[in-house]
Design a protein around this ligand. Structure first.
Ligand SMILES: [Zn+2]
Length: 350
């Protein structure tokens, strides 16, 4: 028997956890990321919490896996950047080996998530997994043909930089109108503050939720107000959901095609009851037949049409503050599978 240490470093939260050799989580310690503390503050948190867990472990700890909330050069085991300052070029894997005497592998959080779901979770038995992290920023991980697709510079699958609007806001990557500038928690807060300044009359409830100060509006306030039906907040959330749906269809078309044979899309939902309500509200008449149509690879138009309806319904189900704040989990996976029965069964849940 042996145990394994895991770290998850995000722009909003971080976690250190102990797992056994069968993949069961034994204990987790977590906290909020301090932006002003930068890299050194974070490393100190990781070191002290890891030591705590290592001391308490019943069995020897053999290795450490790190999921990092930003681009990672996998080959060099080096961090590329992050919203929190001081990380660029840092050899995080080496730091773990030096400070905790554990063999370590670092990857970005979306790749780690995709691989985790593929091996142990919702993606077991399939060959392609798309994993999205929708949080402070937006990241993506793609498993294709059973392997994480990283590309030459480890930047493949960074779906947050798919352009969704020609006139959108400037992105940290230098592009304009990237998915991340519309759908991330950061973007939703920013758009909320902008709309509240321009048209306070459609954002009254959102402003109230931000203690009456439009400058304090966060993504959480926007989602809450949208949930209560406020028109301005709803506009922002719907725009974000639509952009996310469109981007996801683009990605899915890439991962679903070319695998040969039938390529239906299976949607995973966490709450069938909620899904039903959303479908009713949106007047969606999605039938089992729609899913069957997805299996016709010679009709990409049908795929786009049905896919968008399904994806919008799905995103409206999962695209909540909880999703954005914690990063999307299993429910936000789109899996391309060659399993008709599974696809039909998943839709029956709706
Ligand atoms: Zn970008």
């Amino acid at each position: 028997m042996h145990n394994v240490l895991a770290m998850d470093i995000g722009g909003s939260r971080f976690r250190v956890a102990l797992f056994d050799d069968a993949g069961r989580r034994l204990e987790v310690l977590e906290g909020e990321t301090s932006r002003s503390g930068g890299r050194d503050w974070m490393l100190e948190q990781l070191r002290s919490r890891s030591r705590e867990l290592l001391d308490r472990s019943d069995y020897p700890v053999k290795a450490c896996g790190v999921s990092f909330g930003g681009p990672v050069d996998f080959r060099q085991q080096r961090v590329n950047s992050m919203h929190v300052p001081g990380w660029r070029g840092f050899r995080l894997g080496q730091w773990v080996e030096d400070n905790l005497s554990l063999k370590c592998l670092v990857d970005n959080d979306a790749n780690a998530g995709a691989l985790g779901e593929f091996r142990f979770g919702a993606g077991r038995g399939t060959e392609s997994v798309l994993y999205l992290t929708i949080s402070t920023g937006i990241g993506g991980g793609v498993v294709c043909g059973g392997k994480v697709h990283r590309g030459k510079d480890s930047m493949a699958g960074e779906v947050g930089h798919i352009p969704v609007s020609e006139v959108g806001a400037l992105c940290s990557c230098g592009g304009r109108g990237c998915l991340e500038t519309v759908c991330s928690g950061t973007a939703i807060g920013l758009r909320g503050r902008g709309l509240a300044r321009r048209k306070p009359e459609v954002m009254q409830r959102t402003i109230e939720l931000a203690s009456g100060n439009p400058g304090q509006i966060t993504a959480e306030a926007v989602f809450r107000a949208a949930g209560e039906g406020e028109s301005g907040a709803l506009l922002i959330v719907r725009e974000a959901a639509r952009a996310l749906a469109r981007a996801r269809i683009n990605i899915t078309a890439f991962t679903a095609y070319g695998t040969g044979g039938e390529s239906p899309i299976r949607l995973l939902v966490t709450s069938p009851a909620r899904a039903k309500k959303v479908l009713r509200d949106l007047d969606m008449r999605v039938t089992e037949e729609d899913v069957l149509r997805l299996t016709l690879p010679d009709k990409p138009g049908t795929l786009a049409m049905v896919g968008e309806r399904l994806a919008q319904a799905h995103i409206n189900i999962d695209y909540s503050y909880e999703t954005v704040a914690k990063g999307s989990k299993t429910a936000d996976l789109v899996l391309a599978v060659s399993d008709l029965a599974g696809a039909a069964k998943a839709l029956k849940g709706l």
